[in-house]
Design a protein around this ligand. Structure first.
Ligand code: GMT
Length: 382
């Protein structure tokens, strides 16, 4: 199949998932065309079946806000026609589902029907999509997609509760590539970070408010007072400055390292004892799954799709949002009990295996086939 993938090219979960999906599809012989404004962060090596089409904006002085949607729609029309694509798969509803609908309508005037699948990832529904100024457009665009997938049962449920949805939503969970994410021996590196055998806690995110990075630091302080430990904060974003200030206030800067955006996250996860995800909202928690694949148990909140990934009392623990006392208590309990930690590590890996790329990829392929077959004779004009 010839598949166009539209996504955000940044380090965010939806862009990561879309890029990894594209790579998996390309390995299975599909031709994949990424269409976005920058080379996706995880698209780093050449593949004969992968193509990248950059959407360039316009800096004409009249445009205070360069019209990205128009530029993307035009690029989609061009790529779909020129490359004769079979399907467009857009990740994150805003604005991609809407722009894909516009491109679809334009393509119809040129005699081409392009089926569009929208994957809902999280804040496109739970935060941004619920903003009343976006609601009519998001709802319309989801309903006009030929196929809709959500990355967890929880996100599907939230979508149905927040919008008047007429289309079926297929749940296809996030996945993990075990060729990349697995526990490897990085003892030399561990010695550098924790020279006296301290425990290592890890957090990875894009430091947006929804990630509650300050809670990571607050719970770490409680853990640190009981157990010699270090905290690795990976990623960057709007809340970094506030978080750094908090570290200074509590006087733990020497135990907390801000590593910024990192490409080889798996090497850092390999030395972790616990992964911390105190998010206020999380449709799935791809970063937690990556940690679990590297045999790192997870201390997380119990919101959204997190309980579908992190099984309370088996692969880690889940707590209410903001309950840093409970998170710290659970972390201390695990870190003080070597045998229990070893069992949780094994459980985390076994649970991550349920989301192996090799199991999830065929679900996407089957869904593509289903949507393309269902729409093959369609030539709607409205
Ligand atoms: O940052 C992004 O690119 C999207 C982001 C979001 O906020 O929607 O991530 C979401 O998509 C990931 C991949 O499907 C999920 O694993 C994350 O849980 C989800 N993030 C949230 O729901 C906050």
């Amino acid at each position: 199949m010839k598949i166009g993938i539209v996504c955000y090219p940044t380090y965010g979960g939806s862009g990561v998932l879309a890029t990894e999906l594209g790579k998996g599809l390309a390995n299975n012989g599909h031709q994949v065309h990424f269409i976005t404004y920058r080379q996706p962060a995880r698209l780093t090596t050449f593949h004969e079946n992968i193509f990248y089409h950059e959407v360039s904006g316009s800096d004409y002085p009249l445009f205070e806000y360069p019209p990205y949607d128009t530029a993307l729609a035009s690029k989609l029309v061009d790529v779909v026609l020129y490359e004769n694509l079979d399907l467009l798969h857009v990740h994150y509803a805003i604005p991609h589902a809407t722009v894909a609908y516009l491109a679809k309508k334009i393509l119809l005037t040129k005699g081409k029907y392009i089926p569009v699948i929208t994957t809902l990832h999280g804040t496109d529904i739970t935060l941004v999509g619920r903003n009343v100024s976006f609601t009519p457009v998001v709802e319309f665009s989801i309903n006009k997609s030929d196929g809709v997938t959500a990355v967890s049962h929880s996100l599907k449920q939230q979508t149905l509760e927040s919008f008047d949805i007429k289309t079926d939503i297929e749940v296809i969970h996030n996945f993990i590539d075990f060729d990349r994410f697995r526990k490897t021996n990085k003892d030399h590196f561990k010695k550098l970070i924790a020279p006296d055998g301290e425990r290592i806690l890890v957090h990875v995110s894009n430091f947006r408010k929804v990630k509650r990075v300050e809670d990571v630091v607050k719970m770490f302080e409680k853990v640190y007072r009981k157990i010699p430990s270090k905290l690795l904060l990976i990623g960057d974003g709007p809340e970094r400055e506030t978080t750094e200030r908090l570290c200074r206030e509590i006087g733990l800067c020497h135990e907390i390292r801000f590593l910024g955006k990192q490409d080889a996250v798996e090497e850092l996860l390999a030395i972790g004892d616990l992964f911390i995800m105190p998010s206020a909202s999380e449709s799935f928690g791809l970063a937690a799954l990556e940690a679990m694949a590297c045999e790192v148990p997870v201390i997380s909140t119990n919101v959204g799709g997190l309980p579908e990934v992190n099984i309370h009392g088996q692969t880690g623990y889940t707590s209410n949002v903001g309950d840093v006392d409970d998170m710290a208590k659970n972390a201390i309990d695990l870190l003080q009990n070597e045998d229990k930690l070893a069992v949780f590590r094994k459980n985390a890996l076994a649970q991550a295996q349920q989301f192996d790329l090799q199991q999830i990829l065929p679900k996407y392929e089957a869904y593509y086939k289903h949507i393309v077959e269902r729409t093959v004779h369609r030539a709607e004009v409205t």
